[in-house]
Write a protein that binds this ligand. Sequence first.
Ligand SMILES: Cc1ncc(COP(=O)(O)O)c(C=O)c1O
Length: 430
Amino acid sequence: MPDCQFRKTHLDGHKLHPSTQMMSYGYDPFMSEGAVKPPVFLTSTFAFRNAEEGAEFFDVVAGRKPAPEGQGAGGLVYSRFNHPNLEIVEDRLALLDGAEAALVTSSGMSAISMVFLAMLRPGDVLLHFTPLYGGTETLIRKILPGFGIKSAAFSDGLSEEAMAAALKEAAAQGPVKMVYLETPANPTNAMIDFAAVKRIVDAHELAHGSRPVSVCDNTMLGPVYQQPIRHGIDLCVYSLTKYVGGHSDLVAGGITGSKELLKQVRLTRGAFGSQLDPHSSWMIARSMETLVLRMDKATASGRKVADWLASNPHIPAKVLHPEFDPDPAAQAVHERQCTGAGSTFSFVIDADRATTFKLLNALQLFKLAVSLGGTESLVCHPASTTHSGVPPEVRAETGVTEGLVRISIGLEHPDDLIADLDHAFRVAAG
Ligand SMILES: Cc1ncc(COP(=O)(O)O)c(C=O)c1O
């Protein structure tokens, strides 16, 4: 989409807030009959004014030429490569994340897969935090080895020495091309120190002459409460299915970073055809208008629910919420790199699967479902669902036990959610 007044970031020197920009950024009504809201551009292909224009647009989309100044990602060609609804979401996501550019994909897993496929080759090594979202663990541990890509894991994201040692050990297997993070980690809310990651990557580059790309899954807090790129991380990946989509009615993914790093990822996305369709893109652009509002409200309710859980009168529960972490190092990292706690967190009861299931089955308002970040509150048992693909020893080591329950707080009144939990805890205790 060409540059226009709807790409404004300042007003007479006053910096606009992202919550304001989400109403209009990246969309010019006068390119669509003055329609205040973007239409859904249900078209598979775009007409060129003449053959020369077609040739020029293709040079850009195929990565042979940069987009002309003021032309965003270049002219519109074919909806597998770009389309207006996709570009509106990409512009807004990049803006929120403080990134040069963004790509939107058909799911969070396709975003992660596109980054791996674009940047890793047989023989390369990927160093990653563990546990990650279960689907990502499966991709790394079960699918990537078939492509000759090796991996190594670390589980302490607060100790620079431990991360440096893990990187050194990984380098013994072959060239380390990527350091992959997820923070706060799902479902333990473990923090990873971005500044320390940047330092170990810098040191590796000095020693080996090549720099692993750092990538962070920013689904849990981003892009509102955490922007890893501002802290020196190269790329962010997202499940936009979660807070950004925000209504549990679509599946989508996103990638943000520098134009240069995204060039190869863009080509890979176009080649594999894993872009997002116009209708889902339109729904995300609409959801972005209320993103800050939704996250702020859910976060405030989440804190109230976490308070109740920590002091509930029925079953002692350890609350894995960024603001309840007793470790001062984790608190310091959270304060340094996040501006909010979000509304997805876990609690752990000292119970077997049967007791935990009794509690889950007694809930009436919380819906028992995987996923997070929607308007409705969800509850899930990671050990038997989202993280069942994580090796049992990793689950045990990182605390993803049978008594761990993850909740995602939505927009219901927090007192009603507490009443639901109070009843379910009573049932489980009895
Ligand atoms: C942290 C995180 N990353 C990635 C994904 C995968 O996203 P999607 O389901 O949109 O493919 C999920 C899904 O639950 C997730 O929680």
